[in-house]
Design a protein around this ligand. Structure first.
Ligand code: 5GP
Length: 338
């Protein structure tokens, strides 16, 4: 964060404020961990704070400290709109454009509050008075920790806050394996464990919470795994029918895309998931090395993200979306074989 922006943030937080903290739609571990840690800090320091999420999040996050205080915009619309309208300050965490909150965007656009963005995605929009954006940091949770360092308030981090921050760093780094995981990340993690984050328990709560139908759905996904060897690519499809047959719940397909990338000699993996209710195919893209799925998602699938992890969507049918993906691969052949 620039010194001038830090000064603005300090000034904004110098007196008690009404504050709303917003994660992106379909929040993941990093979005929920970062918003809930910031929430606890703000409440501790005398602000009236609420996390307002565009929609619900997966069951494997429903143990995070204070998650039961989260207001869901789609389910508790009146309350959410009132909090947004009354807010002096709105923090947007783990996203880079207001469109990432989908149906909640008009409410944020109409808000009279000032905005603070803390985010690690590429090409942030310019809507905040403080924009703390760093694409080199693995997780927004690590950036929230750095924010606490800059505000000189790390002594306020207790076990609950540490648990939230640990969770987001763990989930956004694939358990500390992605290239974005640095020595600094491990130093932050060490500090969080020292403050009471129970690493073994957090791993268990996130990764050992599978129900039987999710494992069966994974079986179907692996059966649908295709390899495109000349492009060092792999993809998985899941139709609405297949999801329904396995009692699909939000979050059940989290991580499936990585199985494609775990095939030897594969540098690009996608998963195409049909969503009949929204009339779209939701796409997750992952890559290894320098191949940018952020660019592929931006150019072809109305999305974006990071170099090695991005998301997007398509209005075509599942079959046509896959056919379109295969049709664009020749233009990437050289880059995929570098
Ligand atoms: P996932 O595949 O896990 O949903 O998302 C991977 C990364 O891409 C995350 O950082 C996520 O924020 C970003 N992402 C996912 N979907 C979209 C999208 O539709 N638009 C943009 N801009 N980013 C996305």
């Amino acid at each position: 964060m620039k010194a001038s922006e830090l000064a603005v943030l300090k000034e904004l937080l110098a007196t008690p404020k009404k504050i709303v903290i917003v994660p992106h739609k379909n929040p993941d571990g990093d979005a929920m961990g970062s918003t809930l840690a910031l929430y606890q800090y703000l409440v501790k320091t005398g602000h009236k704070a609420h996390v307002v999420s565009p929609n619900d999040y997966p069951k494997f996050l429903k143990w995070l400290p204070y998650e039961d205080t989260v207001v869901k915009f789609d389910l508790q619309n009146k309350k959410a709109v009132r909090l947004i309208n009354e807010a002096d300050l709105i923090f947007t965490l783990d996203f880079n454009a207001l469109s990432r909150v989908a149906e909640m965007e008009p409410a944020l656009q109409n808000a009279s509050a000032q905005f603070v963005m803390i985010d690690h995605h590429q090409q942030p929009d310019d809507y905040a008075v403080v924009t703390y954006s760093d694409t080199s940091v693995c997780a927004t949770c690590q950036m929230v920790y750095h924010t606490f360092e800059m505000l000189e308030v790390t002594d306020l981090i207790d076990a609950d806050m540490a648990t939230c921050l640990y969770t987001g760093i763990m989930t956004d780094t694939g358990s500390f394996r992605f290239r974005s995981t640095t020595a600094t990340t491990h130093q932050v993690i060490a500090a969080l464990i020292a403050k009471g984050a129970d690493n073994a328990l957090i791993h268990e709560k996130i990764y050992d919470a599978n129900n039987f139908s999710r494992m069966q759905l994974l079986g179907t996904a692996l059966t649908n795994l295709h390899r495109l060897e000349e492009y060092r690519a792999a993809y998985i499809t899941l139709s609405q029918e297949e999801l329904d047959a396995h009692d699909f719940q939000k979050g059940d397909t989290e991580g499936f895309v990585n199985y494609g990338l775990s095939l030897e000699n594969t540098v690009l993996a996608l998963i195409f998931i049909e969503n009949k209710q929204e009339g779209i195919i939701k796409i997750s893209l992952r890559s290894k090395g320098d191949f940018s799925v952020n660019l592929m998602a931006r150019e072809h699938f109305e999305g974006g993200g990071h170099t090695n992890a991005a998301g997007g969507k398509s209005d075509r049918s599942l079959e046509d979306t896959v056919a379109y993906f295969i049709s664009i691969l020749p233009q990437y052949k050289e880059a995929l074989n570098e």
